[in-house]
Design a protein around this ligand. Structure first.
Ligand SMILES: C[S@@+](CC[C@H](N)C(=O)[O-])C[C@H]1O[C@@H](n2cnc3c(N)ncnc32)[C@H](O)[C@@H]1O
Length: 381
């Protein structure tokens, strides 16, 4: 099996959970680095040579391990065309100077094989993903070499920051109150469902403005959605029409999206995976007072457990259900959680555990954000 390296995003533990859900033998090899392997049977590699970075919300770069001496590796580079070389050094004790020195050392080695080489300057010991992306350092002639201790890897894909910004900002229907889910987090929620075949049906019963449905459609899933609010249903439909045209997914325009209360609705189709951000309570800009927090928790708890109970009768054993639920910042800086796991287990779900992280690590938030999202990964019993 081929070994790969992932450079993890801002919340490395959540990124690790995403990788564990899709690949084999995932292990953390640095604060923001993980190695993993790909099962030959994986549907993710059938049409692509390398893991598809554009569907991973939590990984910034992917690289394949170089298992031969570098001197031999350089000999295999294309003989025509200028070589562009960047070095990212993720080793424990390093600095931009050492990274640049390493790059110049390898430049000399490549020049010896008769090629022209340009080196990307290291302002930092690891090149930013923007630098990697804009210099296209993942092609046959444009190479980013990653060093981690004595191990070397060659970058095969870089997260496309511009594409995310466009998907996030250019959508026609937006709502500040509902607070839109970042597309990267939507991808993570979907991927936590595991490696499902194309055209599996994904349900988002709290679809809001439709970010999960859009990202799932881009991964070639069929999507269905519902939401309590008529207005949100209209927003989702508008956004999906836009995405259908923009990304050329004709079927998306006709996706089934209707008004429905997730605690009682009967979805009309067989559902293969469920990914959603549930109701998160009211938007807040300051940590809530004790009494307000209690009310919010009670309301969210009722909706989330009511939804899971209703859903359990409508899906088959082993169906993945991934939900993001709220947690609130307290004045002391900790987050207050709903602590739903025991009740959820009684509703005929197993809680999925991970090798590289614990449930407490699955909290997604920006610095100081009042309402965080706790991710819970379930399989129907
Ligand atoms: C946090 S938002 C989801 C945002 C969404 N992920 C997006 O991309 O915009 C939660 C949604 O749950 C909906 N909602 C609240 N209670 C509900 C219920 N009982 N059943 C279904 N939807 C509900 C709200 O209308 C809101 O759109």
């Amino acid at each position: 099996m081929k070994r790969f390296l992932a450079v993890l995003g801002r919340q490395p533990k959540i990124s690790l959970a995403e990788l564990e859900s899709l690949y084999c033998n995932v292990r953390q090899v640095g604060p923001n680095l993980a190695e993993f392997e790909i099962d030959k049977k994986s549907s993710l590699t059938k049409s692509e040579k390398y893991p598809a970075i554009q569907r991973l919300g939590g990984t910034i770069k992917i690289a394949e391990s170089i298992d031969e001496p570098l001197a031999d590796f350089w000999k295999k580079l294309p003989e025509t065309g200028k070589i562009v070389l960047g070095v990212s050094d993720y080793s424990r004790r390093t600095n931009p100077y050492l990274a640049q020195k390493e790059a110049l050392r390898w430049k000399r080695a490549i020049v010896k094989t008769g090629r022209n080489v340009r080196v990307i300057p290291n302002k930092t010991s690891a090149l930013s993903s923007a630098t990697s992306l804009h210099n296209r350092l993942y092609t046959d002639t444009h190479i980013e070499l990653i060093k981690n201790g004595n191990n070397y890897y060659r970058v095969t894909g870089v997260q496309d920051i511009d594409a995310y910004t466009e998907r996030d900002r250019a959508r026609p229907a937006r709502d500040a109150k509902v607070g839109m889910l970042p597309p990267k987090l939507a991808q993570i929620l979907i991927n936590l469902c595991g490696d499902k075949p194309e055209a599996s049906t994904l349900l988002d019963p709290f679809c809001g403005t439709g970010v999960v449905l859009q990202e799932a459609a881009l991964m070639r899933y069929n999507v269905i959605g519902s939401d309590l609010s008529e207005r949100m249903v209209e927003y989702t439909k508008r956004n999906l029409r836009w995405a259908s045209e923009k990304y050329n997914i004709p079927k998306l325009e006709e996706a089934y999206v209707v008004q429905g209360d997730a605690t009682s609705f009967k979805w009309p189709e067989k559902v293969d995976l469920v990914a959603c951000e549930t109701y998160l309570g009211q938007p807040m800009s300051q940590p809530p007072a004790e009494i307000k927090l209690k009310q919010e928790k009670q309301e969210c708890r009722g909706i989330i457990l009511g939804f899971l109970k209703n859903l359990a009768d409508q899906i088959e054993t082993e169906t993945p259900v991934v939900i993001a639920v709220p947690a609130w910042l307290r004045p002391d800086g900790y987050y207050s959680r709903l602590n739903l796991l025991d009740e959820i287990k009684n509703l005929r779900y197993n809680v999925v555990s991970f090798k590289n992280l614990e449930q407490k690590d699955l909290l997604y938030h920006r610095e100081g954000q009042v309402v965080a999202r706790e991710i819970i990964v379930l399989r129907k019993k």
